[in-house]
Design a protein around this ligand. Structure first.
Ligand SMILES: [Zn+2]
Length: 412
Protein backbone atom coordinates (compact mmCIF):
# COMPACT_ATOMS: atom_id res chain seq x y z
CA UNK A 1 0.00 0.00 0.00
CA UNK A 2 1.45 3.34 -1.11
CA UNK A 3 -0.06 6.46 0.40
CA UNK A 4 0.98 9.84 -0.98
CA UNK A 5 0.31 13.09 0.87
CA UNK A 6 0.62 16.16 -1.36
CA UNK A 7 0.57 19.96 -0.95
CA UNK A 8 1.56 19.73 2.72
CA UNK A 9 1.81 23.32 3.94
CA UNK A 10 4.83 22.39 6.09
CA UNK A 11 6.37 19.01 6.87
CA UNK A 12 7.88 19.27 10.35
CA UNK A 13 10.80 17.54 12.05
CA UNK A 14 12.55 16.19 8.93
CA UNK A 15 15.75 14.47 10.09
CA UNK A 16 18.52 12.14 9.04
CA UNK A 17 18.40 8.71 10.71
CA UNK A 18 21.57 9.41 12.71
CA UNK A 19 19.89 12.03 14.93
CA UNK A 20 18.84 10.21 18.13
CA UNK A 21 18.46 13.17 20.52
CA UNK A 22 18.98 16.91 20.60
CA UNK A 23 20.78 18.96 23.24
CA UNK A 24 21.23 22.63 24.08
CA UNK A 25 21.08 24.98 21.10
CA UNK A 26 20.27 22.13 18.68
CA UNK A 27 16.87 21.98 20.33
CA UNK A 28 15.96 25.38 18.96
CA UNK A 29 16.21 24.16 15.36
CA UNK A 30 13.20 22.42 13.83
CA UNK A 31 14.00 21.33 10.26
CA UNK A 32 10.98 21.58 7.96
CA UNK A 33 10.05 21.44 4.27
CA UNK A 34 7.44 23.94 3.11
CA UNK A 35 4.99 22.90 0.36
CA UNK A 36 6.00 19.26 0.68
CA UNK A 37 4.96 15.74 -0.25
CA UNK A 38 5.32 12.62 1.84
CA UNK A 39 5.15 9.01 0.69
CA UNK A 40 4.17 6.23 3.11
CA UNK A 41 4.67 2.63 2.05
CA UNK A 42 2.84 0.09 4.22
CA UNK A 43 3.78 1.00 7.80
CA UNK A 44 6.81 3.20 7.11
CA UNK A 45 7.84 6.62 5.85
CA UNK A 46 9.35 5.93 2.46
CA UNK A 47 10.23 9.31 0.94
CA UNK A 48 9.50 13.04 0.99
CA UNK A 49 10.46 16.25 -0.75
CA UNK A 50 9.28 19.59 -2.11
CA UNK A 51 6.19 19.65 -4.33
CA UNK A 52 8.27 21.40 -7.02
CA UNK A 53 10.48 18.31 -7.23
CA UNK A 54 7.70 15.70 -7.14
CA UNK A 55 8.04 13.31 -10.07
CA UNK A 56 5.43 10.75 -11.11
CA UNK A 57 4.75 8.43 -8.19
CA UNK A 58 2.21 5.66 -8.64
CA UNK A 59 0.44 5.66 -5.28
CA UNK A 60 -2.59 3.59 -4.28
CA UNK A 61 -4.08 6.68 -2.69
CA UNK A 62 -3.23 10.38 -2.86
CA UNK A 63 -4.42 12.81 -0.17
CA UNK A 64 -4.29 16.56 -0.74
CA UNK A 65 -3.30 18.38 2.48
CA UNK A 66 -3.49 21.98 1.28
CA UNK A 67 -3.20 24.34 4.27
CA UNK A 68 -2.38 21.50 6.70
CA UNK A 69 0.84 20.38 8.34
CA UNK A 70 2.33 16.97 9.03
CA UNK A 71 4.54 16.10 11.97
CA UNK A 72 5.65 12.90 13.68
CA UNK A 73 3.30 11.72 16.44
CA UNK A 74 4.07 12.79 19.99
CA UNK A 75 6.32 10.44 21.97
CA UNK A 76 5.07 10.33 25.57
CA UNK A 77 7.87 8.71 27.58
CA UNK A 78 6.27 8.84 31.05
CA UNK A 79 2.72 7.72 31.86
CA UNK A 80 0.79 5.66 34.39
CA UNK A 81 -2.15 4.96 32.06
CA UNK A 82 -2.96 1.60 33.66
CA UNK A 83 -4.82 2.52 36.83
CA UNK A 84 -8.24 1.79 38.31
CA UNK A 85 -10.89 4.34 39.18
CA UNK A 86 -10.13 8.02 39.58
CA UNK A 87 -9.31 10.41 42.42
CA UNK A 88 -11.56 13.35 41.72
CA UNK A 89 -12.72 13.38 45.36
CA UNK A 90 -9.13 14.22 46.39
CA UNK A 91 -9.16 16.96 43.78
CA UNK A 92 -11.96 18.53 45.81
CA UNK A 93 -9.91 18.18 49.01
CA UNK A 94 -6.92 19.86 47.41
CA UNK A 95 -9.06 22.76 46.23
CA UNK A 96 -10.20 23.15 49.85
CA UNK A 97 -6.57 23.54 50.91
CA UNK A 98 -4.99 20.12 51.61
CA UNK A 99 -1.60 19.45 50.01
CA UNK A 100 -0.68 16.35 47.97
CA UNK A 101 1.43 15.15 50.91
CA UNK A 102 -1.36 15.77 53.46
CA UNK A 103 -3.83 13.82 51.34
CA UNK A 104 -1.32 10.96 51.06
CA UNK A 105 -0.85 10.97 54.85
CA UNK A 106 -4.65 10.65 55.29
CA UNK A 107 -4.68 7.38 53.34
CA UNK A 108 -5.35 9.03 50.01
CA UNK A 109 -2.95 9.38 47.14
CA UNK A 110 -1.12 6.43 45.64
CA UNK A 111 -2.31 4.03 48.38
CA UNK A 112 -5.93 4.90 47.61
CA UNK A 113 -5.33 4.07 43.91
CA UNK A 114 -3.56 0.85 44.92
CA UNK A 115 -6.51 -0.39 47.01
CA UNK A 116 -8.92 0.31 44.15
CA UNK A 117 -6.65 -1.47 41.68
CA UNK A 118 -6.14 -4.51 43.89
CA UNK A 119 -9.94 -4.93 43.91
CA UNK A 120 -10.32 -4.52 40.15
CA UNK A 121 -10.21 -7.53 37.82
CA UNK A 122 -7.56 -7.75 35.10
CA UNK A 123 -10.29 -7.54 32.43
CA UNK A 124 -11.86 -4.45 33.95
CA UNK A 125 -8.44 -2.83 34.39
CA UNK A 126 -7.66 -3.55 30.74
CA UNK A 127 -10.93 -1.99 29.58
CA UNK A 128 -10.42 1.17 31.66
CA UNK A 129 -6.82 1.52 30.46
CA UNK A 130 -7.53 0.79 26.79
CA UNK A 131 -10.06 3.61 26.79
CA UNK A 132 -7.42 6.05 28.04
CA UNK A 133 -4.86 4.74 25.54
CA UNK A 134 -7.33 5.31 22.70
CA UNK A 135 -7.96 8.81 23.97
CA UNK A 136 -4.26 9.76 23.95
CA UNK A 137 -3.80 8.27 20.48
CA UNK A 138 -6.58 10.59 19.29
CA UNK A 139 -4.66 13.45 20.94
CA UNK A 140 -1.61 12.66 18.82
CA UNK A 141 0.47 10.23 20.88
CA UNK A 142 2.14 7.64 18.65
CA UNK A 143 4.55 6.00 21.12
CA UNK A 144 4.09 5.68 24.85
CA UNK A 145 5.69 4.34 28.02
CA UNK A 146 3.41 2.94 30.74
CA UNK A 147 4.42 2.20 34.33
CA UNK A 148 3.11 -0.17 36.96
CA UNK A 149 3.14 1.21 40.50
CA UNK A 150 -0.53 1.40 41.45
CA UNK A 151 -0.56 -2.22 42.60
CA UNK A 152 2.07 -2.39 45.37
CA UNK A 153 1.53 -6.13 45.91
CA UNK A 154 3.11 -8.85 43.82
CA UNK A 155 -0.22 -9.90 42.32
CA UNK A 156 -1.41 -6.38 41.60
CA UNK A 157 1.89 -5.24 40.09
CA UNK A 158 1.95 -8.29 37.82
CA UNK A 159 -1.68 -7.61 36.92
CA UNK A 160 -0.79 -4.10 35.73
CA UNK A 161 2.20 -5.31 33.74
CA UNK A 162 0.11 -8.05 32.10
CA UNK A 163 -2.45 -5.41 31.12
CA UNK A 164 0.35 -3.36 29.56
CA UNK A 165 1.47 -6.47 27.66
CA UNK A 166 -2.06 -6.99 26.37
CA UNK A 167 -2.17 -3.35 25.23
CA UNK A 168 1.13 -3.93 23.39
CA UNK A 169 -0.45 -6.90 21.62
CA UNK A 170 -3.71 -5.16 20.71
CA UNK A 171 -2.53 -1.69 19.68
CA UNK A 172 -0.05 -0.96 16.93
CA UNK A 173 1.82 1.98 18.46
CA UNK A 174 5.10 1.19 20.28
CA UNK A 175 4.47 0.76 24.03
CA UNK A 176 7.28 0.38 26.58
CA UNK A 177 6.65 -1.08 30.04
CA UNK A 178 8.26 0.04 33.29
CA UNK A 179 8.14 -1.74 36.65
CA UNK A 180 7.48 0.80 39.43
CA UNK A 181 6.91 -1.45 42.45
CA UNK A 182 8.69 1.14 44.62
CA UNK A 183 6.12 3.88 43.99
CA UNK A 184 4.94 4.20 47.60
CA UNK A 185 5.12 2.22 50.82
CA UNK A 186 2.04 -0.06 51.24
CA UNK A 187 0.21 0.32 54.57
CA UNK A 188 1.17 -3.16 55.74
CA UNK A 189 4.83 -2.14 55.45
CA UNK A 190 4.42 1.09 57.44
CA UNK A 191 7.71 1.75 59.29
CA UNK A 192 9.17 -1.33 57.55
CA UNK A 193 10.55 0.24 54.41
CA UNK A 194 13.64 -1.99 54.27
CA UNK A 195 11.37 -5.02 54.27
CA UNK A 196 9.31 -3.64 51.40
CA UNK A 197 12.37 -2.84 49.27
CA UNK A 198 13.64 -6.37 49.92
CA UNK A 199 10.21 -7.73 48.96
CA UNK A 200 10.30 -5.75 45.69
CA UNK A 201 13.85 -6.92 44.94
CA UNK A 202 13.55 -10.56 46.01
CA UNK A 203 9.91 -11.40 45.26
CA UNK A 204 8.34 -9.10 42.69
CA UNK A 205 11.31 -8.19 40.46
CA UNK A 206 12.28 -11.81 39.63
CA UNK A 207 8.63 -12.58 38.78
CA UNK A 208 8.45 -9.53 36.50
CA UNK A 209 11.65 -10.61 34.77
CA UNK A 210 10.55 -14.24 34.52
CA UNK A 211 7.43 -13.27 32.56
CA UNK A 212 9.44 -10.68 30.62
CA UNK A 213 6.92 -8.01 31.54
CA UNK A 214 9.12 -4.89 31.78
CA UNK A 215 11.68 -2.94 29.78
CA UNK A 216 12.66 -0.55 32.56
CA UNK A 217 12.85 -0.13 36.34
CA UNK A 218 11.51 2.92 38.20
CA UNK A 219 11.40 4.18 41.81
CA UNK A 220 9.97 7.30 43.47
CA UNK A 221 13.15 8.79 45.00
CA UNK A 222 11.78 11.47 47.34
CA UNK A 223 11.51 12.45 51.03
CA UNK A 224 8.76 10.35 52.58
CA UNK A 225 8.99 7.73 49.81
CA UNK A 226 12.34 6.12 48.95
CA UNK A 227 15.88 7.29 49.67
CA UNK A 228 18.91 7.49 47.39
CA UNK A 229 20.21 4.40 49.19
CA UNK A 230 16.98 2.48 48.39
CA UNK A 231 17.27 3.72 44.82
CA UNK A 232 20.83 2.48 44.38
CA UNK A 233 19.94 -0.87 45.90
CA UNK A 234 16.93 -1.43 43.64
CA UNK A 235 18.61 -0.20 40.45
CA UNK A 236 21.59 -2.47 40.99
CA UNK A 237 19.30 -5.47 41.54
CA UNK A 238 17.29 -4.61 38.41
CA UNK A 239 20.45 -4.27 36.32
CA UNK A 240 20.98 -8.00 36.79
CA UNK A 241 17.72 -8.49 34.85
CA UNK A 242 18.80 -5.93 32.21
CA UNK A 243 16.17 -3.41 33.32
CA UNK A 244 17.52 0.08 32.71
CA UNK A 245 16.36 2.84 35.07
CA UNK A 246 13.82 5.53 34.22
CA UNK A 247 13.23 7.12 37.61
CA UNK A 248 11.08 9.67 39.46
CA UNK A 249 13.47 12.23 40.99
CA UNK A 250 13.53 15.83 42.24
CA UNK A 251 9.73 16.32 42.24
CA UNK A 252 9.54 18.05 45.62
CA UNK A 253 13.16 17.92 46.84
CA UNK A 254 16.61 17.53 45.27
CA UNK A 255 18.07 14.73 47.40
CA UNK A 256 20.59 13.18 45.01
CA UNK A 257 18.26 11.12 42.83
CA UNK A 258 19.61 12.60 39.61
CA UNK A 259 23.14 11.53 40.54
CA UNK A 260 21.93 8.05 41.49
CA UNK A 261 20.17 7.79 38.12
CA UNK A 262 23.21 8.87 36.13
CA UNK A 263 25.51 6.57 38.12
CA UNK A 264 23.22 3.64 37.31
CA UNK A 265 23.10 4.54 33.61
CA UNK A 266 19.46 5.67 33.66
CA UNK A 267 17.82 6.16 30.30
CA UNK A 268 15.92 9.06 31.82
CA UNK A 269 15.46 11.00 35.05
CA UNK A 270 11.95 12.40 35.26
CA UNK A 271 10.17 15.32 37.04
CA UNK A 272 13.12 17.60 37.99
CA UNK A 273 10.93 20.41 39.33
CA UNK A 274 13.64 21.07 41.94
CA UNK A 275 17.13 21.26 40.41
CA UNK A 276 20.47 22.18 42.01
CA UNK A 277 23.63 23.09 40.09
CA UNK A 278 25.11 19.71 41.03
CA UNK A 279 22.17 17.96 39.35
CA UNK A 280 22.94 19.81 36.12
CA UNK A 281 26.59 18.89 36.51
CA UNK A 282 25.76 15.21 36.98
CA UNK A 283 23.75 15.14 33.75
CA UNK A 284 26.58 16.59 31.66
CA UNK A 285 28.36 13.99 29.52
CA UNK A 286 25.81 11.36 30.50
CA UNK A 287 23.48 9.30 28.27
CA UNK A 288 20.57 10.13 30.57
CA UNK A 289 17.63 12.17 29.23
CA UNK A 290 16.09 14.72 31.61
CA UNK A 291 12.28 14.60 31.31
CA UNK A 292 9.88 17.38 32.35
CA UNK A 293 6.22 16.77 33.22
CA UNK A 294 4.52 20.17 33.09
CA UNK A 295 0.99 18.73 33.36
CA UNK A 296 1.86 17.62 36.89
CA UNK A 297 3.19 21.10 37.79
CA UNK A 298 -0.02 22.65 36.48
CA UNK A 299 -2.30 20.24 38.34
CA UNK A 300 -0.44 20.31 41.69
CA UNK A 301 0.54 24.00 41.50
CA UNK A 302 4.19 23.12 42.09
CA UNK A 303 7.17 24.70 40.30
CA UNK A 304 7.82 23.83 36.67
CA UNK A 305 11.01 22.05 35.66
CA UNK A 306 13.61 24.79 34.97
CA UNK A 307 13.88 24.09 31.25
CA UNK A 308 16.03 27.14 30.52
CA UNK A 309 18.56 26.13 33.16
CA UNK A 310 18.73 22.63 31.63
CA UNK A 311 18.81 23.56 27.93
CA UNK A 312 21.14 26.53 28.45
CA UNK A 313 23.58 24.13 30.13
CA UNK A 314 23.73 22.35 26.75
CA UNK A 315 21.67 19.40 28.00
CA UNK A 316 18.78 17.68 26.21
CA UNK A 317 15.22 17.77 27.55
CA UNK A 318 12.14 15.67 26.79
CA UNK A 319 8.49 16.40 27.60
CA UNK A 320 5.93 13.85 28.78
CA UNK A 321 2.46 13.88 30.36
CA UNK A 322 2.84 11.78 33.56
CA UNK A 323 -0.81 10.75 32.87
CA UNK A 324 -1.97 9.39 36.25
CA UNK A 325 -5.01 9.67 38.54
CA UNK A 326 -3.38 11.69 41.34
CA UNK A 327 -1.08 14.37 40.00
CA UNK A 328 -1.74 14.62 36.25
CA UNK A 329 -5.08 13.20 35.07
CA UNK A 330 -4.44 14.14 31.44
CA UNK A 331 -2.49 12.47 28.66
CA UNK A 332 -2.79 15.38 26.28
CA UNK A 333 0.63 16.07 24.75
CA UNK A 334 -0.68 19.12 22.86
CA UNK A 335 -1.37 20.77 26.21
CA UNK A 336 2.06 19.67 27.51
CA UNK A 337 3.74 21.35 24.53
CA UNK A 338 1.74 24.53 25.21
CA UNK A 339 2.63 24.51 28.92
CA UNK A 340 6.32 24.05 28.07
CA UNK A 341 6.21 27.24 26.01
CA UNK A 342 3.95 29.27 28.31
CA UNK A 343 5.32 28.25 31.72
CA UNK A 344 8.82 26.93 31.05
CA UNK A 345 9.84 29.48 28.42
CA UNK A 346 10.71 26.85 25.86
CA UNK A 347 10.49 28.00 22.25
CA UNK A 348 7.94 26.19 20.05
CA UNK A 349 10.88 24.53 18.26
CA UNK A 350 12.37 23.30 21.55
CA UNK A 351 9.00 22.06 22.79
CA UNK A 352 8.23 20.14 19.58
CA UNK A 353 11.71 18.57 19.60
CA UNK A 354 11.30 17.67 23.28
CA UNK A 355 7.92 16.03 22.62
CA UNK A 356 9.04 14.03 19.58
CA UNK A 357 12.66 12.97 19.03
CA UNK A 358 13.83 13.48 22.63
CA UNK A 359 10.73 11.71 23.95
CA UNK A 360 11.52 8.83 21.60
CA UNK A 361 15.08 8.70 22.98
CA UNK A 362 13.68 8.42 26.52
CA UNK A 363 12.02 5.15 25.41
CA UNK A 364 14.92 3.78 23.31
CA UNK A 365 12.75 4.42 20.27
CA UNK A 366 14.52 7.19 18.39
CA UNK A 367 15.54 4.81 15.61
CA UNK A 368 11.86 3.98 15.03
CA UNK A 369 9.80 7.13 15.70
CA UNK A 370 10.14 10.80 16.66
CA UNK A 371 10.98 12.36 13.29
CA UNK A 372 10.11 12.35 9.60
CA UNK A 373 12.89 10.05 8.49
CA UNK A 374 13.00 7.46 5.69
CA UNK A 375 12.43 4.01 7.20
CA UNK A 376 10.80 5.18 10.42
CA UNK A 377 7.25 4.18 11.34
CA UNK A 378 4.56 6.28 9.67
CA UNK A 379 3.13 7.47 13.00
CA UNK A 380 1.90 10.89 11.97
CA UNK A 381 -0.19 13.85 13.05
CA UNK A 382 -2.05 15.69 10.30
CA UNK A 383 -3.03 19.12 11.60
CA UNK A 384 -6.11 21.10 10.75
CA UNK A 385 -5.46 24.10 8.48
CA UNK A 386 -3.30 26.28 10.77
CA UNK A 387 -1.30 29.44 10.06
CA UNK A 388 2.06 28.18 11.42
CA UNK A 389 3.46 25.48 13.69
CA UNK A 390 3.77 28.05 16.48
CA UNK A 391 -0.03 28.05 16.44
CA UNK A 392 0.04 24.52 18.00
CA UNK A 393 1.38 25.65 21.43
CA UNK A 394 -0.16 29.12 21.08
CA UNK A 395 -3.79 27.97 20.78
CA UNK A 396 -3.60 26.12 24.11
CA UNK A 397 -6.52 23.86 24.93
CA UNK A 398 -7.76 23.75 21.35
CA UNK A 399 -7.28 20.61 19.30
CA UNK A 400 -4.91 21.21 16.35
CA UNK A 401 -5.31 17.64 15.02
CA UNK A 402 -7.38 16.62 12.02
CA UNK A 403 -6.15 13.04 11.53
CA UNK A 404 -3.84 10.46 13.07
CA UNK A 405 -1.90 7.73 11.30
CA UNK A 406 -0.28 4.86 13.19
CA UNK A 407 1.95 2.58 11.10
CA UNK A 408 0.52 4.16 7.97
CA UNK A 409 -3.09 3.42 8.93
CA UNK A 410 -5.69 6.11 9.55
CA UNK A 411 -6.96 5.88 13.15
CA UNK A 412 -10.59 6.81 13.45
ZN1 LIG B 1 5.06 9.67 37.18
Amino acid sequence: MKLLFTNIKELLQVREASVLKLSGKEMNILPTIKNAWLLVEDDKISDYGKMDDLSEISADKTIDLTGKMVLPSWCDSHTHIVYAGNREQEFGQRISGLSYEEIANNGGGILNSATTLQNTSEEDLYDQSAKRLEEVIQQGTGAVEIKSGYGLTKDAELKILRVIKKLQQNYSLPIKATFLGAHALPLEYKNKKEKYIDHVINEILPAVAEENLADYIDIFCEHGYFTVEDTNKLLKAAAKFNLRPKIHVNQFNAIGGVQAGVENNALSVDHLEEMKPEDIQALKNSETMPVALPGCSLFLSIPYTPARMIIDADLPLALATDFNPGSAPSGNMNLVVSLACIKMKMTPEEAINAATINGAYAMDLSEKVGSITRGKLANLIITKAIPSYTYIPYAFGSNPIEAIYIKGKLIK
